[in-house]
Write a protein that binds this ligand. Structure first.
Ligand SMILES: Cc1cc2nc3c(=O)[nH]c(=O)nc-3n(C[C@H](O)[C@H](O)[C@H](O)COP(=O)(O)O)c2cc1C
Length: 373
């Protein structure tokens, strides 16, 4: 089988880390920490190790505290048992020559009282985000949350810092802050879910403040080149009322300008999943990633719907430095090999995305036997 030269498969220097290629496995919640303590399991270690030929693996979104939860069987990184569980995962990936960052997340108001013994989840303001939470009893509609007090916000920032410390103890190579649509950070950015009148609401600067407070806290633990952040600026479906608004573009311009001074590992930007015509970010329809490239001077990782061809193209034209793949890694543990030898890709089964067990998780075969005809 022919080995085609591709920029996607070239080595890449990320700070002091050498990535064996520029293809990253993006975070995939798989709901396999099906135990009371939300502790990573040996099955999870096997799953991640199978995918170690990615230049970098990003762990599934992982809770920074017991208060940040909102989806079943998602692991945390706030107890000693969870740290031990993650040690198994990072060792298994490292033993296979891979690298892995921990994705640290908090779901804020997009949760449900079922996770908190009947107590309400907490959000920037007492406004129902109108999304759904996957509870032990199935999907349930979100409710009107309780508004965060300022001391609670400060505590949450400390929770991120502690989780960052725990990620280091667990052997991760770095961390990615999960600011993807629907999560706590975008809830602060959105005009629909944040109507605070204090230092965390109102102006763009105030609504973005939590991002920089979290970054400053985790940078006391990690070198900046081991810290990244992931945003979904143009998410429209499945985010309830947190759709892009008229402040989205200026807000991201402000955030990116400030991030330029942070020398992060990378900025991870998810593309639009749908046509932006008629939305508040319509202007990005034809130049989405170049817009972020032009506003950000550091390393840029791009995501959403990339193929071998489109990933090589966006790297070749210099718009991106790294490309991440989500769904393709589910059924193709050896995705790098498949791209190297131009092998066909397998399709994943959405019915097993969040169901415990090895089916649809660790039992997708590699194409290894096809490689050397
Ligand atoms: C099953 C599933 C779980 C996901 N879980 C997460 C997650 O925990 N954190 C996150 O940032 N993104 C998550 N995503 C989004 C992916 O990381 C990625 O951004 C998205 O799938 C688009 O990339 P793709 O087109 O290459 O799949 C998830 C996506 C899927 C399909």
């Amino acid at each position: 089988m022919k080995n085609t030269p591709q920029i996607l498969l070239e080595e890449y220097q990320l700070g002091d880390l050498k990535l064996k290629n520029r293809m990253v496995m993006s975070s995939l919640t798989r709901g396999r920490a099906a135990n009371k303590g939300l502790v990573p399991t040996s099955l999870m270690a096997e799953y991640y190790a199978q995918r170690a030929s990615a230049g970098l693996i990003l762990s599934e979104g992982t809770w920074v505290s017991s208060k940040s939860i909102g989806f079943i069987n998602v692991p945390g990184i706030y107890t000693p048992e969870q740290i031990e569980g993650w040690k198994m995962v990072t060792k298994a990936v490292h033993d296979k020559g891979g690298l892995i960052f921990s994705q640290l997340g908090h779901i804020g108001s997009a949760s449900h009282p079922d996770f908190f013994d009947g107590e309400l989840p907490v959000g920037p303001s007492a406004i129902n985000p109108q999304t759904r939470s996957y509870t032990p009893e199935g999907f349930k509609d979100s409710l009107t949350p309780r508004e965060f007090t300022v001391p609670e916000i400060k505590q949450t920032i400390q929770d991120y810092k502690k989780a960052a410390q725990n990620a280091k103890l667990a052997g991760f190579d770095g961390i990615e802050i999960h600011a993807q649509a629907g999560m706590l950070i975008p809830q602060f950015l959105s005009l629909a879910t944040n109507v605070r009148t204090d230092e965390y609401g109102g102006s763009i600067e105030n609504r973005s403040k939590i991002i920089f407070e979290i970054l400053d806290a985790v940078l006391e633990v990690w070198d900046s080149t081991r810290v990244a952040i992931k945003f979904t600026p143009a998410a429209i479906s499945n985010v309830g009322i947190m759709c892009p608004d008229e402040q989205t573009i200026p807000t991201f311009q402000y955030i990116l300008k400030k991030l330029n001074d942070y020398d992060l590992a990378y900025l991870h930007i998810v593309g639009p999943a749908e046509d932006l015509t008629g939305t508040a970010v319509e202007i990005l329809q034809d130049n989405y990633f170049s817009h972020f490239r032009n506003n950000y001077s550091g390393r840029l990782m791009v995501n959403l719907g990339f193929t071998q061809e489109s990933a090589n193209a966006i790297l070749s034209d210099g718009t991106a430095d790294l490309v991440s793949f989500g769904v393709p890694f589910i059924a193709n543990p050896d995705l790098a090999e498949r791209f190297r030898y131009n092998l066909p890709l397998s399709n994943s089964n959405p019915a097993t995305y969040y169901v415990d067990g090895e089916d649809g998780y660790t039992n997708y075969p590699t194409a290894g036997s096809v490689k050397n005809p």
